[in-house]
Design a protein around this ligand. Structure first.
Ligand SMILES: O=C(O)CCC(=O)C(=O)O
Ligand SMILES: [Fe+2]
Length: 340
C-alpha cells in the first residue's frame, strides 16, 4: 500500500456505513442547512484513521490525489443507476453515501456547490446521460474527458474534489496527472507564471445543462458566468511557490493569443509534461478519491455507456478551504452556492 491509499478495515467500513445510514434519517437532503452546520461535529464520529489520512493529504501536499478504499455500498438500497439527475425524488436512496462524502469534505474544508451546476446541488451525480456521449462533461462517455483542473476558469474554484464510486462494473478509469517541475525549462516557467492565458467556462455551467432557466433569478445566476466569458480576463497557468507551483488549466477550453509564441510554446511544454504524467485510477465500488485541485489534473477515459441501470455511477463534491473569498457571489453568508 502506498501512502496515498488508505484501505479501511472491515470494522471501519462498517462503522462509517452505519453512521451515514443513521444520519440520513435525521436530515432532509444534502443541502439541509442543519446538516451543513453539523458536518464537523458529525465527522468527528468517522474513524480517526480516515480523518488523519485526509487531513495529512490536505495539509502535507505530498500527493496530488489520494484514495480511501473499502467503503460499503448497499447496492440493493441505492438501486439502479439513474438515467438523469433531474427530477429524482429527494432525499435519494443513496443519501447516506452523499452524507459520507460531505463528512469527508468537512474534514478538509467546506463543501460548496454552483448555482449553475446540476441545479445547485451540493453533491453531484456523475453517470452517463443519453445525448451527452460526445460532451466534455462528467455525464459524457464515448469521448475522452480531457484532463483539467476542476472549474479552472473560475476564481473561486474548489481546493479539493471528492469523487466516490457507487458502482463501476467496467472499471472505467479516472485519470490523474501531476507536474514534474524538473521537466519544464526555466524560460517556460516564467511565462507560465504570467497572466497570458484565457480559460472559458465548461458547458456544465450553461443554462442548457440546468433546468432552472427562464426566470429573472435564473438569468442573474448565469449572468456572472457570462461576465467571465465576455471579460476574457487573462490568467496564469502556474501560481504559488516557484519551487512547487500550483496549476490552473483546462486545455480543452483555453485560448492562447496567436501573437504570443512564447506563451504557446510554454503551454505546449506543460501539456506534454502533464500528458506524460497521466495515470489511470479506476475507482471501484466503495472507493473515494480526493484530488487536490491545485496540484493535480484529472479526467476520464472514454467508455461505452450501458443505459440499462448498471452504468458507472460516481458522486462528486467540491470543497473549498475559504468560503469567505466567494462571498460576493453567494446570496448570503450561510449559502454554499456560488453564482448569484
Ligand atoms: O468521471 C470521472 O472519473 C471524472 C469526471 C470529472 O472530471 C468530474 O466529475 O469532475
Ligand atoms: Fe472534473
Amino acid at each position: 500500500m502506498t501512502d496515498n491509499v488508505l484501505e479501511l478495515t472491515e470494522q471501519e467500513a462498517h462503522l462509517s456505513a452505519e453512521l451515514a445510514v443513521e444520519l440520513s434519517r435525521n436530515y432532509t437532503s444534502p443541502e439541509d442547512p442543519d446538516l451543513i452546520f453539523d458536518l464537523p461535529f458529525l465527522a468527528a464520529k468517522l474513524p480517526e484513521r480516515a480523518r488523519r489520512f485526509l487531513r495529512d493529504f490536505a495539509l502535507g501536499e505530498k500527493h496530488g490525489h489520494c484514495v480511501v478504499r473499502g467503503h460499503r455500498i448497499d447496492t440493493a438500497r441505492i438501486g439502479d443507476t439513474p438515467d438523469h439527475w433531474r427530477g429524482r425524488i429527494r432525499p435519494a436512496p443513496e443519501f447516506p453515501e452523499e452524507i459520507l462524502l460531505l463528512l469527508y469534505g468537512s474534514v478538509i474544508g467546506e463543501p460548496f456547490g454552483w448555482s449553475t451546476q446540476q441545479d445547485g446541488r451540493l453533491v453531484h451525480d456523475v453517470f452517463p446521460i443519453k445525448g451527452h456521449e460526445n460532451e466534455q462533461l462528467g455525464t459524457g462517455s464515448a469521448e475522452l474527458l480531457t484532463w483539467h483542473i476542476e472549474d479552472a476558469f473560475h476564481p473561486y474554484r474548489g481546493d479539493y474534489l471528492l469523487l466516490s464510486a457507487l458502482r463501476n462494473p467496467d472499471e472505467v478509469a479516472t485519470t490523474v496527472g501531476e507536474l514534474d517541475l524538473n521537466a519544464i525549462a526555466p524560460e517556460h516557467l516564467d511565462v507560465l507564471f504570467d497572466k497570458r492565458y484565457y480559460i472559458a467556462p465548461d458547458k456544465s455551467h450553461l443554462p442548457k445543462n440546468n433546468s432552472t432557466t427562464g426566470d429573472d433569478e435564473a438569468a442573474l445566476r448565469f449572468a456572472s458566468i457570462e461576465r467571465l466569458i465576455h471579460n476574457r480576463e487573462r490568467v496564469a497557468v502556474l501560481y504559488g511557490s516557484r519551487s512547487a507551483p500550483y496549476l490552473r488549466l483546462d486545455p480543452y477550453f483555453m485560448e492562447i493569443p496567436e501573437d504570443d509564441p512564447q506563451a504557446r510554446a510554454a503551454f505546449q511544454a506543460i501539456m506534454d509534461v502533464l500528458d506524460r504524467s497521466l495515470r489511470s485510477v479506476s475507482l471501484l465500488e466503495g472507493d473515494v478519491l480526493c484530488v487536490n485541485n491545485h496540484l493535480a489534473v484529472h479526467g476520464r477515459v472514454p467508455f461505452q455507456a450501458r443505459y440499462d441501470g448498471s452504468d458507472r455511477w460516481l458522486k462528486r463534491v467540491n470543497v473549498t478551504c475559504d468560503l469567505r473569498k466567494s462571498r460576493e457571489m453567494r446570496a448570503s453568508a450561510g449559502s454554499r452556492l456560488i453564482g448569484c
